[in-house]
Design a protein around this ligand. Structure first.
Ligand SMILES: NC(=O)c1ccc[n+]([C@@H]2O[C@H](COP(=O)([O-])OP(=O)(O)OC[C@H]3O[C@@H](n4cnc5c(N)ncnc54)[C@H](OP(=O)(O)O)[C@@H]3O)[C@@H](O)[C@H]2O)c1
Length: 295
């Protein structure tokens, strides 16, 4: 099995490599391993009457987005597999005056996803915004022929099938409501190819394809479906990748025109903007890499 080269890692770019390399840069400033900022929730905020569903809210981009929506008055229902952590995050959001509940769900399991969506509807009666964010990066470090089948299945099931299951159960209540916004978390790896991370790359391309199909199928019912593509974001996933590849954040950031690692709060801002944006924005992917896909 070929080793991923340092050069590949530094030029690759995203969640896999550049993403990883780049993401580590943000780590010294504030790793998601330290507590996310606590902002007092506003009951009159921008999302005061909205119910927001988030997959993968126990860490990184999902956790920060859950906190940001709650701070703007939204009611947030999120999942992840780590129960103690999920309960702790929900409790800390409630301690700021926010409304948040955690429900354990593994997005690889259809019944878990169904129960998670049903749990939100039973508690709050509606789902206005869904951020399908849960995902994993496995540093397969192998060409396609040498890629481990278990790694392929795990990444595809989590990242691609997980988003499919999520939309499968989020869309029917949105159709009943005749309104809804779905945002799927893809990646720069959903647009371009980086060697030796075929499962991650295929899974993120799948998310962008699924997003487009759902958008054209449901836009007449006032449901917008878009995706976002981050490059290197300061999260535990990125920090872990940098550690594995032995890259510094500075080296990683060089692959991005923005020349820095993006903070998860910046991604949360885009998710919130997209949630409020015009009805004519559907079926598209927003490049939040800091220029990687343009260069
Ligand atoms: N960080 C980056 O540079 C970067 C770049 C491009 C795209 N992304 C994408 O952004 C998303 C969030 O990543 P992150 O960087 O914030 O990573 P992270 O800090 O590792 O967070 C990943 C989240 O996904 C959840 N998750 C993973 N597998 C799951 C499963 N089977 N069921 C339910 N939840 C699951 C995790 O919760 P549990 O462990 O508790 O299950 C965690 O809450 C991912 O889709 C990732 O591919 C990240």
């Amino acid at each position: 099995m070929p080793e991923i080269s340092r050069r590949q890692m530094l030029t690759a770019g995203t969640a896999g490599i550049a993403g990883f390399a780049a993401a580590a840069q943000a780590t010294p400033a504030r790793s998601q391993t330290s507590p996310a900022p606590q902002v007092r929730a506003s009951s009159n905020g921008r999302f005061a009457d909205k119910v927001v569903l988030i997959t993968g809210g126990t860490s990184g981009i999902g956790e920060v987005t859950a906190r940001a929506f709650a701070a703007e008055g939204a009611t947030v229902h999120f999942c992840g597999r780590r129960e103690a952590l999920g309960e702790q995050i929900a409790q800390s959001i409630r301690a700021t005056g926010g409304r948040a509940t955690y429900q354990r769900a593994d997005v690889r399991l259809e019944n878990d996803v169904k129960a998670f969506v049903d749990g939100c509807l039973e508690r709050y009666g509606q789902i206005d915004i869904a951020f399908n964010n849960a995902g994993i990066f496995v540093p397969t470090s192998a060409t396609v022929a040498d890629t481990d089948v278990t790694a392929w299945n795990d990444v595809m099931t989590t990242n691609a099938t997980g988003v499919f299951y999520s939309m499968k159960y989020e869309l029917p209540p949105m159709v009943r409501q005749q309104s809804g916004v779905i945002i799927n978390n893809a990646s720069v790896s959903g647009h371009v190819a980086f060697s030796t991370i075929s499962p991650y790359t295929a899974s993120k391309h799948a998310i962008i394809g699924l997003t487009k199909v759902a958008a054209v199928e449901y836009s007449a019912q006032n449901i917008r479906v878009n995706s976002i593509s981050p490059g290197a974001v300061d999260t535990p996933q990125l920090a872990q990748g940098l550690k594995i590849f032995g890259a510094t954040p500075e080296q990683a950031a060089q692959g991005y025109p923005i020349k820095r690692i993006v903070a998860p709060q910046e991604i949360a801002s885009v998710v919130m903007w997209l949630s409020e944006s015009s009805a004519c924005i559907t079926g598209t992917d927003i490049d939040v890499t800091g220029g990687y896909l343009t260069q």
